[in-house]
Design a protein around this ligand. Structure first.
Ligand code: SAM
Length: 217
């Protein structure tokens, strides 16, 4: 066991971000350093986002913990992630969910998608996590409907295709707001065209750029 990883997980438990044994076990198991650029691995167990190139970041561990807890994951679920980065969050979610489910994760920057595929293969998650290169604001209708959808980039409003691709009873978590600060929103689709939303707190994510998100500058 990596001592720094254990210390970080203990801190996230102490601060109340990690609440369940299954999220704790997953974050103790996944080597975050293997999802980071080689020149940043000394920052792998700091609780903050780190640059991964192309103007993007690997999310702070406490943010990964919050999303993993709030998704309320069950074995065998079908999931969609928007914003793969280099794949760390998807690996944590995959570990929490177990081998019977599947995660489709979308990344718009080809170099990051390729790196994420490599990282997920190296760490043993490529059977249950499929990286799709493309605009996640359009979702991935090929494998819809989804039990859970989550975004790790922020949008001005919930992209309509994501609402459509969510199962009834399914949950979507996404940061919504301006390009500089957002609220993390949890939305449950209670019936066709009927949704219940809840604010989970203030966050700062990189923008979700695409047809139903922010325009590319
Ligand atoms: N899930 C990542 C992790 O494990 O740390 C977080 C990555 S970063 C905070 C957000 C990612 O969203 C970036 O890699 C960015 O390129 C990607 N992104 C932004 N807009 C997107 C879109 N429309 N479709 C897919 N990916 C997008």
């Amino acid at each position: 066991m990596n001592d720094k990883r254990k210390a970080l997980v203990d801190e996230l438990v102490y601060k109340g971000y990690i609440k369940s044994q299954k999220v704790k076990k997953a974050m103790l198991k996944i080597p975050r350093e293997q999802f980071m650029p080689p020149d940043s691995i000394n920052q792998a167990y700091d609780d903050r986002p780190v640059h991964i190139g192309k103007g993007q970041t690997i999310s702070a561990p406490h943010m990964v913990a919050i999303i993993a807890e709030k998704l309320d994951l069950k074995e065998g679920m079908n999931l969609l992630e928007i914003g793969t980065g280099q794949g760390y969050n998807a690996a944590v979610i995959a570990e929490v969910m177990g081998k019977k489910g599947h995660i489709y994760t979308m990344e718009r920057i080809p170099e990051l998608a390729a790196k994420a595929r490599e990282n997920l293969k190296k760490t043993g998650y490529s059977d249950i996590v499929t990286v799709i290169e493309g605009d996640g604001t359009c979702g991935y209708p090929e494998k819809a409907p989804y039990d859970r959808i989550y975004g790790t980039a922020s949008a001005p409003k919930i992209p309509e295709p994501l609402k459509e691709q969510l199962k009834i009873g399914g949950k979507l978590i996404i940061p919504l707001g301006s390009e500089y600060s957002q609220d993390l929103i949890s939305m449950v689709k209670v019936a066709e065209d009927e949704y219940q939303t809840q604010k989970l707190g203030g966050v700062i994510f990189v923008p979700m750029i695409g047809k139903h998100g922010w325009p590319e500058n």
